[in-house]
Ligand binder design. Structure first.
Ligand SMILES: Cc1ncc(COP(=O)(O)O)c(C=O)c1O
Length: 397
């Protein structure tokens, strides 16, 4: 009855741990969770006020399929102000979240059998979206030593006649790694040699960077602009995950293709959220910066606490709100009951069952030697989590 397309799709690999965490919590167990993929802050008030006003003004109808002209103008002004990039509103398509923009970009670009290069650890949706488009994911495993960043050599090795796109995510979910100008220049140098390769540049964590400014591949390689699809949104920087608002900026041919797909699948995002997004991009960024400062304090605490634990090795990520330590030391160890920890998933299930600590296994992101800890959580929770982690790991032999 069910299509092979749907059958082949993998459910989110993070569900195994988060589902069990919810069940244990329901049973009344004390659970500390560092598994959230969303800020633990409230959407700034001036943004909420704009949405309330939109409701009161009766701004209730469908908007144009790519989003209101006002929001698209605000996005272009923001891209100029923050990123020094020139786009026309006709090159912007607003969507129900950056997730939709990534998915529709892949659908617009990829033919059956085309290859999409996805550096791992990757955001869980990239390979599955590629599968839905009947493309082939070419996962390139990056290394802990290189802070999980794709090198120009790895990129060049992965490119074949069938390569259609590279997906870049900086700052990254799940590692927090942030590509530098020089690293992006290196990748751009390879991409210049292969004009058939497009880049989907997911910059959703742009506002959560701790060292210097966010750099887009478009800043270092403006000559590649026609084949870069810039993805961004409001969820992370403005704590607006539930508003479901994202967008892409691209060449007109891509925009027209995505627009057709969007017009048949979903139409424009919510009119109310669009008014909120307009306020976000035209208003001040004080609260965005305050949230970022909080995240930085938590990152600093967590990296230090993790590296103080025997056998754990954690690099200091430049952005987002995740750390991704190397836990390979603990793969192959034994639990007090004698059974073995064979994978990062085993380790996370053990920490959850025995110590009430919910983390996401690296297996979910294509990196078996890591685990993801989200610091979109209070300092008290972070401290409690480190305490439980230290105890849990100390019991392994
Ligand atoms: C790397 C990355 N891209 C895109 C998204 C999707 O964001 P949105 O809420 O705008 O759909 C997420 C959300 O977790 C993400 O981590």
């Amino acid at each position: 009855m069910i299509s092979t397309r749907a059958q082949n799709l993998q459910p989110s690999a993070t569900l195994k741990v988060t589902g069990r965490a919810k069940e244990l919590k329901r049973q009344g167990k004390s659970i500390v969770s560092l598994s959230a993929g969303e800020p633990d802050f409230k959407t700034p008030k001036h943004i909420c006020d704009a949405a309330i006003k939109a409701i009161e003004d009766g701004f209730h109808g469908y908007t144009m399929n790519p989003g209101t002209p006002e929001l698209r103008e605000a996005i272009c002004a923001k891209l100029k102000r923050d990123n020094n990039l020139d786009y026309d509103p006709s090159q912007i398509i607003c969507s129900n979240g950056a997730k939709q923009s990534v998915g529709f970009s892949i659908l617009a670009l990829v033919n059956p059998g085309d290859e999409v290069i996805i550096p791992s650890p990757y955001w869980v949706s990239y390979p599955e979206m590629t599968r839905l488009a009947e493309g082939t994911s070419v996962v390139v495993r990056t290394s802990f030593e290189n802070n999980f960043k794709l090198t120009p050599e790895q990129l060049e090795d992965a490119i074949t006649d069938k390569t259609k796109a590279l997906i870049l995510c900086s700052p990254s979910n799940p590692t927090g790694a942030q590509y530098t100008k020089e690293e992006l220049e290196g990748l751009a140098g390879v991409l210049r040699k292969y004009p058939q390769v497009y880049v989907i540049s997911d910059e959703i964590y742009e506002y959560i960077v701790f060292e210097g400014e966010h750099v887009s591949i478009l800043n270092v390689a403006p000559d590649l602009k026609d084949r870069v699809i810039l993805i961004n949104g409001f969820s992370k920087g403005f704590a607006m995950t539930g508003w479901r608002l994202g967008y892409l900026a691209a060449h007109h041919d891509i925009v027209n293709a995505v627009s057709k797909i969007q017009s048949q699948e979903t139409s424009a995002p919510s009119s109310i959220s669009q008014k909120a997004g307009e306020a976000a991009y035209t208003g001040n960024l004080d609260e965005v910066k305050a949230m970022r400062d909080q995240f930085k304090k938590r990152r600093d605490y967590l990296v230090k606490a993790l590296n103080a634990i025997d056998g754990i090795n954690c690099f200091t990520p430049g952005g987002a709100f995740y750390v991704f330590p190397d836990i390979s030391h603990y793969i192959g160890t034994k639990k007090p009951d004698g059974s073995a920890i064979e994978s990062s998933t085993d380790l996370c299930l053990y920490l959850l069952d025995e110590f009430g600590l919910a983390l996401v296994p690296g297996d979910a992101f294509g990196e078996p030697n890591g685990i993801r800890l989200s610091y979109a959580a209070s300092m008290d929770d972070l401290k409690e989590a480190m305490d439980r982690l230290g105890k849990g790991l100390a019991d392994l032999t």
